[in-house]
Design a protein around this ligand. Structure first.
Ligand code: ADP
Ligand code: MG
Length: 364
């Protein structure tokens, strides 16, 4: 086999926010937009990367593949995956991605996972998808230098269409959960605020550290040992802010489990309510929202979305709204108007349906 074409999707997380590092569960699904990679063997030790989305051509010799020699550009995601899979034969790699770059839809994981699956096939490694997910994550953590969890790579490699993927962030076990939005006449609207507040890094670290400290103070090892009733009983030793941070983690973990139960019953109205509760918790208890996200959520809800919430780290980025198909255009229009009235930047919109994970497109 001289040439392999593989593809992998971006993702969106339905529910389970700021709990991957709090021993929780997340419930992402793969979106329809995919990144495709064509890999062909060379008879030397050079790697040559091109992308339909980039003008430059990158050439790296195998002897320069160490993370310390990374170029700090788009080639790192590919070189890092080749490095993580310990490939030493020269390759031509051509990328063509439809996942919007830097919109919080994980074009980075789509790229790594497409490359990982393509390499696995061309070199007949036959690694389980869970291993490929860890290796792709390793590329992003240790090569690109981005300390992400395993969610993005797991769902990009393991999603199935019409399902969300429940991921246990402690054991990394996964379960396919039915999410047939099409049958319900629903779609997920993604509203990218185009805002990236500088607060995001410091705010993220502060939340992590405070939750860990609060757990120590409560004498608990994990947020999953705690429920809301127990927190009410034992939480009075915590200061007010820590109490609210922990309450977000504990209630969000409960909401993920409730979402799974509702989805198994096909109760999308109930799911919508949980999305909106998740947003309130992120806004009031975890305090990671911002006026732009709140406005996107409020307008979506008032215009007929079943529920809406901010996604990702917060302080900007995107919101999602679970929306009847026929209401999508009007919600978009109203959000654009409301943003203009508030002098916010122009938002971007995407729609998503649960799609298939990484696959081989062609062999040989
Ligand atoms: P996100 O994962 O949310 O889209 P990241 O900053 O994590 O944002 O990853 C985006 C980066 O991944 C881009 O800046 C680029 O370096 C790389 N990338 C993703 N898709 C492509 C592509 N099709 N071609 C080249 N580089 C890509
Ligand atoms: Mg990314």
């Amino acid at each position: 086999m001289e040439t392999v074409t593989a593809s992998a999707p971006g993702r969106v997380n339905l529910i389970g926010e700021h709990i991957d590092y709090n021993d929780g569960w997340v419930l992402p699904f793969a979106i329809g937009e995919r990144t495709t990679v064509r890999i062909s063997l060379r008879d030397d030790t050079k790697f040559r990367f091109t992308s339909a989305q980039k003008k430059d051509v990158i050439e790296i010799d195998h002897s320069n593949l160490a993370p310390s020699k990374r170029r700090s550009d788009w080639s790192d995601y590919i070189a890092g995956t080749i490095w993580a899979l310990e490939v030493d034969q020269g390759l031509n790699v051509h990328i063509d991605g439809q996942v919007p770059l830097g919109a919080g839809l994980s074009s980075s994981a789509a790229l790594e996972c497409a490359v990982a699956l393509g390499l696995d096939r061309i070199f007949s490694m036959a690694k389980p998808r869970t291993d490929l997910a860890r290796l792709a994550q390793r590329a992003e953590n240790e090569y690109v230098g981005m300390p992400c969890g395993i969610m993005d790579q797991s769902v990009s490699l393991m999603a199935t269409s019409g399902h969300a993927l429940l991921i246990d962030c402690v054991t990394l076990e996964t379960r396919q959960i039915p999410l047939d939005l099409t049958r319900e006449g629903l779609e997920l609207l993604i509203i990218d605020t185009n805002i990236h507040h500088a607060l995001v890094d410091g705010g993220y670290r502060e939340r992590r550290e405070r939750c860990a400290a609060a757990l120590r103070q409560l004498g608990m090892r994990s947020m999953r040992e705690l429920d809301e009733a127990q927190l009410e009983l034992f939480g009075n030793s915590l200061d007010g802010i820590s109490y609210r941070r922990v309450r977000h983690a504990v209630t969000e973990i409960a909401r993920v489990h409730q979402s799974v139960t509702l989805l198994e019953k096909g109760d999308f109205v109930g799911l919508g309510k949980l999305l909106s509760e998740s947003h309130l918790s992120l806004k009031n208890d975890y305090e990671v929202s911002c006026p732009e996200l709140d406005l996107a959520v409020e307008v979506s809800e008032s215009m007929g979305a079943l529920g809406a919430r901010m996604v990702g780290g917060g302080f900007g980025g995107s919101a999602i709204a679970l929306t009847p198909e026929e209401k999508i255009d009007q919600i978009k229009m109203e959000v654009v108007q409301a943003y203009a009235q508030s002098n916010f930047p122009k938002p971007r919109f995407f729609t998503a349906l649960p799609s298939e994970g990484a696959r081989i497109e062609s062999d040989g």
